[in-house]
Design a protein around this ligand. Structure first.
Ligand SMILES: [Mg+2]
Length: 117
């Protein structure tokens, strides 16, 4: 039985293939598209903060979900096209982050790993 990553990747690639769009999907433009979709997540939050931001996001929860899915779409197809197993890559990256940010140094601190004592 395919896992969620496999199922979502199949959906994303099917969407692309039905439209014959793979021909346009070079790595640079795919990364650019992913970044633009991430900017659309930011756009939802622009000029708002605190309680106003929280209320705005609650009111626009579906739109936030749509934009997060647009980012995820690109993550999935870029990983697919470059034969990256996101399950393994994600686990490996979390392990790298755990090494960079040991709990005893990073707990409760919003600092880059280079600035941890
Ligand atoms: Mg979008």
């Amino acid at each position: 039985m395919p896992d969620v990553i496999d199922r979502l990747t199949v959906l994303a690639c099917k969407f692309r293939d039905e439209r014959n769009w793979k021909q346009f999907h070079n790595p640079k433009d795919m990364a650019l598209s992913m970044s633009l979709e991430a900017a659309e997540v930011l756009e939802l939050m622009q000029w708002k903060s605190g309680e106003e931001l929280q209320q705005h996001l609650e009111k626009h929860r579906e739109q936030l979900g749509d934009e997060l899915c647009d980012v995820l779409y690109w993550v999935l197809v870029i990983a697919h096209d470059h034969d990256i197993d996101l399950r393994k890559a994600f686990a490996a990256k979390i392990a790298k982050n755990e090494a960079k940010y040991p709990v005893h140094k990073a707990h409760g601190k919003a600092k880059k790993y280079t600035e941890l004592d």
